[in-house]
Design a protein around this ligand. Structure first.
Ligand SMILES: Nc1ncnc2c1ncn2[C@@H]1O[C@H](COP(=O)(O)OP(=O)(O)O)[C@@H](O)[C@H]1O
Ligand SMILES: [Mg+2]
Length: 295
């Protein structure tokens, strides 16, 4: 079975998308077969990896977008997978093993306009379709928006591990706290749909600090986050081995540049050569790889 990871925090702009895209790329470079599913209607990960010229037609027609598995519902997730999603100027595939299920802006309709069968919530439909293809992957990653509405629920219900990107500030701590509360409620609501074959409902396994500025001491925010994590752990509201990951990602201009260039940082070549942030993402990928959750 693939390891299935959701990246989520109730705070926007903490680095969920940049962490998931760059970590996915590093995992693929380590030889892992990786599928990234974009569940954020803002489509940042999809636009980043496809660039606008390949993403625009999907957005205009809706054909190939993740929302199409729900409405009109005639295709399945396996039909939407874009294999080896990155392309270079020559039309080659510079990174084998990183696949994408893209989203477009119409995913927002899942929240209100979509009225499916109440006995088959969107997250169950998605989970069943991922189960059909998960043998093809080592990692399936879900990029979620900062809420647990229906799109996020697809990622959270299907995942077996949750990682919380955080900045060293009070708002990230609040976002984490809110996430734990909402997650508990969602697990209760969805419990009747969970079968043994799906594995346990995902709990928070780790906090990932992102965008740490040079010279800024993060010991105090780290300690505050650790205290909060300890409280939730004691109350059994996180995974029992939940931790702040040792790997963290520094603040670096090249991370923002990478979005404009349509490449993960690790594939920027000269542009990022020698930038330590590449090593940060590699460390993060290695740490995730080394530490599958304990049962
Ligand atoms: N390590 C970093 N260094 C510099 N800028 C970053 C870093 N991580 C994220 N950013 C920038 O911060 C903004 C928000 O990041 P993003 O990954 O989109 O967050 P989220 O998905 O949580 O909303 C983006 O402009 C992104 O390029
Ligand atoms: Mg995002």
């Amino acid at each position: 079975m693939a390891r299935k990871l959701a990246f989520i925090n109730y705070k926007g702009g903490v680095g969920k998308t940049s962490l998931i895209v760059n970590t996915a790329a590093c995992l693929a470079r380590l030889g892992q077969r990786v599928l990234l599913c974009d569940f954020d209607t803002q489509s940042n990960a999809s636009i980043w990896l496809l660039k606008l010229d390949r993403w625009n037609p999907i957005n205009t027609t809706g054909v190939g977008a993740v929302f199409s598995i729900f409405d009109p519902g005639k295709v399945r997730v396996r039909d939407l997978v874009i294999r080896d999603v990155l392309t270079d100027k020559a039309g080659g595939h510079p990174l084998k093993g990183l696949d994408l299920v893209p989203t477009t802006f119409n995913l927002v309709d899942l929240e209100s306009e979509y009225t499916g069968d109440p006995k088959r919530p969107a997250y169950l439909i998605f989970q069943e379709q991922i189960a059909e293809i998960e043998k093809d992957y080592d990692f399936i990653l879900f990029d979620c928006p900062p809420n647990i509405l229906r799109a996020s629920q697809c990622g959270i219900f299907t995942a077996n591990e949750i990682y919380v990107p955080a900045n060293p500030d009070a708002l990230s701590l609040i976002g984490f706290t809110l996430l734990i509360e909402k997650l508990g409620r969602f697990h209760q609501l969805s419990a009747s749909f969970r079968q043994a074959s799906m594995g346990p409902a995902a709990q928070v396994n780790g906090i990932i600090f992102n965008a740490i500025k040079t010279g800024v001491d993060i010991e105090v925010p780290r300690m505050r986050m650790q205290l909060r994590l300890n409280q939730f752990k004691a109350a059994k509201r996180t995974a029992k081995d939940a931790r702040i990951l040792t790997a963290f990602v520094r603040d670096a201009m090249v991370v923002r540049r990478a979005v404009a260039l349509g490449m993960p940082v690790a594939l920027l070549g000269q542009e990022a050569a020698g930038d330590n942030v590449v090593r940060d993402y590699e460390h993060l990928a290695e740490e995730l790889l080394r530490n599958p959750p304990t049962a």
